[in-house]
Write a new protein. Structure first.
Length: 94
């Protein structure tokens, strides 16, 4: 088994032992970031009030990413908020 296969196998076992949805989402995101070699990653979802929230983040804090709706965030973690909003409006991933 190569390094990536081993990582995916180990993380899959770990994910299946969890019952908390937030922990599961965090583990999945950390696995994706590790497997792709990305510097960081985050998941943005629409909350019950209709606002966009960063609900999970890997290698960066949710607070550092900032408010997706207000176009504020730490410059070191700049990303296209327009692209995020468009992806959510079209129900697709980025």
């Amino acid at each position: 088994m190569n390094g990536l296969d081993s990582l995916l196998f180990d993380r899959t076992i770990e994910i299946f032992t969890r019952t908390n949805p937030d922990e599961i989402l965090d583990l999945i995101l950390k696995t994706i970031v590790s497997a792709t070699g990305a510097e960081y990653g985050f998941v943005v979802l629409r909350n019950g009030a209709g606002r966009l929230d960063v609900c999970a983040a890997a290698n960066v804090s949710k607070e550092t990413v900032g408010d997706v709706e207000a176009d504020r965030g730490h410059q070191s973690y700049a990303f296209s908020r327009t692209l995020v909003r468009q992806a959510i409006a079209e129900n697709r991933t980025v």
